[in-house]
Design a protein around this ligand. Structure first.
Ligand code: HEM
Ligand code: HEM
Length: 214
């Protein structure tokens, strides 16, 4: 009999996701308040907002490093390999055609790559902004512009992500995978057919090896 629940994200992946998401949201909120002059004036506490922003950034980097060091690194390496591999079905999916998808569909793989790239760019430009206030050699005209554009692009990505995760009825079951770690097998067969089939094949071959020889 096929399993009715499939394990979707390891504890390390889930911890990494929620640590990243919580720090990111504090950085987004404090960053937007620094960016919008009216909001900064309304709150009237620019230095405090800036401290929150910079200390959260440092805590964010430290927490991510801790999760990677203390967590299941083998699983993270496997996820990185999975995300970097775009097969023929992924390319078909990205062109707007129906194609069976793995554990992460091609859009989710792209989202992961973009999220990681943005995190690095945020960290580099943010550090330059911080250093630039202390030493003019680190001041570049484009740094704040890049930091701002990354913020706007991340906001759009995040709103789309949130819509799929909590509102869109066909996809919101995924939240179970990111909170409890498992999803319903039927949902997985509909949305991630290649991944679900791997489980079904594993169960079938296990059962076949258990049944007595004819
Ligand atoms: C390692 C990560 C980060 C570091 C070190 C960092 C650092 C900084 C620093 C030093 C500033 C200048 C504050 C000032 O106005 O005096 C700043 C501004 C800002 N940050 Fe970040 N930041 C980081 C990540 C983020 C993230 C993830 C976001 C958004 C999602 C963000 C959005 C903003 C925005 C919108 C501003 C205001 C820029 C402006 O005034 O035009 N930052 N950041
Ligand atoms: C309250 C906010 C958030 C919720 C409810 C949420 C929910 C989820 C869920 C349910 C998944 C798994 C999708 C699936 O199994 O099919 C996921 C994956 C993911 N999340 Fe979030 N998330 C949130 C915030 C964020 C933020 C702020 C970021 C990055 C800045 C982020 C980045 C990712 C990435 C890269 C993945 C893997 C690829 C993907 O599924 O798109 N998430 N999230």
């Amino acid at each position: 009999m096929a399993a009715s629940r499939l394990p979707r994200f390891t504890r390390t992946e889930r911890t990494l996701h929620w640590v990243h998401a919580s720090a990111f949201l504090v950085l987004l909120g404090s960053g937007l308040a620094l960016y919008l002059p009216s909001l900064a004036e309304l709150i009237g506490r620019r230095p405090l907002l800036k401290d929150i922003h910079v200390y959260t950034a440092a805590a964010w980097a430290a927490a991510l490093a801790l999760v990677v060091l203390a967590g299941n690194r083998r699983a993270l390496r496997a996820t990185a390999r999975e995300v970097n591999l775009f097969d023929a079905n992924d390319r078909r999916w990205l062109r707007g055609n129906k194609a069976p998808q793995g554990r992460l569909n091609a859009g989710q793989k792209l989202n992961t790559v973009v999220t990681a790239a943005f995190a690095i760019l945020f960290a580099v430009t943010g550090t330059l902004l911080w250093l630039g206030e202390r030493d003019t050699r680190f001041r570049f005209a484009q740094t704040i512009l890049i930091h701002d554009w990354l913020t706007l692009a991340s906001l759009v990505l995040f709103l789309g992500h949130l819509y799929l995760a909590v509102i869109q009825p066909t996809t919101r079951h995924a939240l179970n995978g990111m909170t409890r770690g498992w999803v319903d097998a039927d949902w997985a067969r509909r949305h991630h057919a290649t991944w679900a089939a791997d489980f079904d094949d594993a169960v079938t071959s296990r059962e076949a090896s258990r049944s007595p020889a004819p």
